[in-house]
Design a protein. Structure first.
Length: 148
């Protein structure tokens, strides 16, 4: 049994989501893995950076490309707690990422609902730790509603 399975790495992405939550950011976390090694960790920073493009995935793509010294992430896997939006899915197309694993579905603005195309060689696995990934988002928005 491989201890470095999709659930293992999704738990690492959830740790990033918790950091975002603590900062008042929408709690989405992402990591990028290359040969069972985490090469990038990120979470949403849209509020802190006042930048609508500062999604967890975008931060992770930049960090991973920097780590590898190239813009293509063909042999990498993105683990993200929430289904990527069309911007992040579009960016993943250009990175040619090998695999995307996500937790919770995004029924309003996820790439599958909007029909955003991924790179033809990108594999997708959905629903990994789905309940845990959905719970942190729900908790965040319930707290946010109660504060307003």
């Amino acid at each position: 049994m491989n201890p470095f399975d999709d659930a293992y790495f999704m738990r690492k992405a959830l740790q990033e989501a918790e950091q975002a939550y603590a900062k008042g950011e929408v709690p989405v976390g992402a990591i990028i893995v290359f040969k069972n090694q985490i090469i990038a960790r990120a979470h949403n920073l849209t509020e802190r950076l006042n930048d609508v493009t500062a999604h967890a995935e975008m931060q992770a793509f930049t960090s991973a490309a920097d780590f590898l010294g190239g813009k293509y992430l063909r042999d990498c896997t993105l683990y993200v707690t929430l289904e990527p939006c069309q911007m992040c899915a579009g960016a993943s197309y250009w990175t040619q990422i090998g695999k995307i694993v996500y937790g919770a579905d995004e029924p309003k603005s996820g790439f599958t609902v909007l029909g955003t195309k991924l790179h033809p060689k990108t594999k997708v696995v959905s629903g990994v730790l789905k309940e845990e990934c959905a719970e942190i988002i729900k908790r965040f928005f319930i707290q946010k509603r109660n504060l307003n």
